[in-house]
Design a protein around this ligand. Structure first.
Ligand code: 3EB
Length: 285
């Protein structure tokens, strides 16, 4: 269960796998797997040292995946309670980034970062991490409008966030694009501070840019209007109606969005959008 309050939109998700289906739980790490993918998740209790708790949680998750033969990660979802609490480098999100980076430095043998979402859940929930792992390497995608998060300058924390803007996985003719949590950041700077409409617009522009890059890189069509699934994270529940109406105006498929209450990892940001989008050869499927 995602520890975020649902404000609107769909409430259930379905995942499909081929081959024998396996569900397991060991050391508090839960796993679901078919032939090609493993979903694994775990959480820390509330009110621990965030850096250390993150480090140890990621160690357990990465070891579980490696032991199971799923050596690659396509996407991670990170749900951290009170993500903006703490001043300066002591901010919980920044401490989380250090713990994650330390575990990855130790146990991640690859030269890429998976796609990611990093949002704040409501008080009391600790940290929950969900990882989608695969046997083969995904194709990583960056956004030319945004500095890569792993290159962010020092002002955003002692360790830059270990994620790519999107990851694509599949064959030459069929892929799935996993879009990272995408906010109103251009370059490395938050845009339109205090301006609700412009922030949502900027986030959508960033998401659409990722669809374009995916199409250029893969030669496939991003089926974002008719086949994508999205989470729209809102810092303020009272912005739901406004956000829904604006997304509709922008031609975004609101009927394919779940709207969730979440803090965003920078205090000034109001929205984050992530999603899962099939890429196919032709637009008629
Ligand atoms: C950003 O673009 C917004 O730390 O895993 C988005 C997606 C964000 C993932 C993460 C953080 C993460 O920097 C924050």
């Amino acid at each position: 269960m995602v520890p975020l309050r649902r404000l609107g939109g769909f409430s259930e998700e379905s995942w499909w796998v081929t081959g024998a289906f396996n569900a397991n739980a060991q050391d508090g790490v839960q796993t679901l797997a078919g032939d090609d993918f493993m979903l694994c998740w775990a959480q820390t209790p509330a009110q621990e040292d965030v850096r250390d708790a993150t480090y140890r949680l990621y160690q357990r998750l990465l070891n579980t995946l490696a032991d199971a033969g799923f050596g690659h990660i396509i996407k991670g979802w990170n749900h951290l309670a009170q993500i903006n609490a703490g001043e300066g480098d002591a901010e919980r999100y920044k401490q989380f980034c250090i713990g994650r980076a330390d575990a990855m430095a130790e146990l991640w043998p690859h030269d890429y970062w998976p796609a990611g979402t990093g949002v704040g859940s409501d008080a009391g929930a600790g940290l929950q991490v969900v990882l989608l792992a695969s046997r083969e390497r995904p194709v990583l995608i960056e956004n030319p409008r945004q500095m890569s998060a792993y290159d962010y300058p020092r002002q955003y924390g002692p360790r830059s966030p270990s994620f790519s803007r999107a990851a694509a996985y599949g064959s030459d003719t069929d892929q799935t694009l996993f879009v990272s949590g995408t906010a109103a950041i251009v370059g490395h700077q938050s845009q339109h501070v205090g301006d609700v409409r412009s922030q949502l617009h900027e986030s959508v522009t960033n998401v659409k840019q990722l669809f374009d890059v995916f199409e250029q890189q893969s030669g496939l069509i991003a089926r974002w209007r008719d086949l994508g699934w999205y989470r729209v994270y809102l810092r303020h529940p009272e912005l739901l109606t406004e956000a829904y109406d604006q997304l509709l105006e922008l031609g975004f498929p609101v009927e394919r969005c779940a709207f969730l209450r979440a803090d965003i990892c920078r205090e000034e940001l109001l929205f984050e959008i992530d999603g899962i989008v099939p890429g196919t050869l032709r637009s008629d499927g």
